[in-house]
Design a protein around this ligand. Sequence first.
Ligand SMILES: CC(C)(COP(=O)(O)OP(=O)(O)OC[C@H]1O[C@@H](n2cnc3c(N)ncnc32)[C@H](O)[C@@H]1OP(=O)(O)O)[C@@H](O)C(=O)NCCC(=O)NCCS
Length: 167
Amino acid sequence: MTHFSTVDRGRATDFDNIEDFVASAIFPAFDHPDLTDEQRAANERVVRISREACESAIEKEWRCIFVARGEENQLAGFVIVDETNPESPEIDWLIVGPKYHGTGLAQALMTQALEHIGSTREVHLTVIHYNARAIRFYEKCGFRDAGLAATAHKIPHRLMLRAATVL
Ligand SMILES: CC(C)(COP(=O)(O)OP(=O)(O)OC[C@H]1O[C@@H](n2cnc3c(N)ncnc32)[C@H](O)[C@@H]1OP(=O)(O)O)[C@@H](O)C(=O)NCCC(=O)NCCS
């Protein structure tokens, strides 16, 4: 089994090689043979905006980033919670390095993110509609598919919701 650290708040040094990390993790999951050039460009943009996404999650009080680290303290995975709308917290990013897929690291990150949010609010996220592994993972975490998301993404996303457990 590939070992990883306990989940911790992200620090700037975790993201020194963030673009390479994200590129190595999202493909092939984000790829699809039928994508248009514009949709492929949207996937490339995910890599480009990853640094800003992680750095803003350290800086902004309404965002929060948790990481797990692997060998030599290298980034193994991260999750970002966004509470721009406090009534509707979002799992904004969840990216795990390929060698940690299936190890429980994604579950550890999600558990920490959900603990941070608490149990009194519905949690939402969106996921590329053909990312079957991620959808299955989110279902295991208690999210249900709520149909196509009304977002401006170039590639259609599914909306997934996890109900509050304490009302
Ligand atoms: C999405 C992600 C965080 C999930 O973490 P993970 O460690 O791979 O998840 P797990 O292995 O715990 O769970 C995946 C489940 O999908 C299943 N699965 C694998 N490939 C699948 C496929 N092609 N179709 C459907 N289910 C699939 C696995 O068997 C497992 O289910 P099981 O535990 O019932 O057997 C991780 O794969 C990842 O970082 N992927 C790339 C980035 C990404 O897609 N992020 C999500 C963006 S919204």
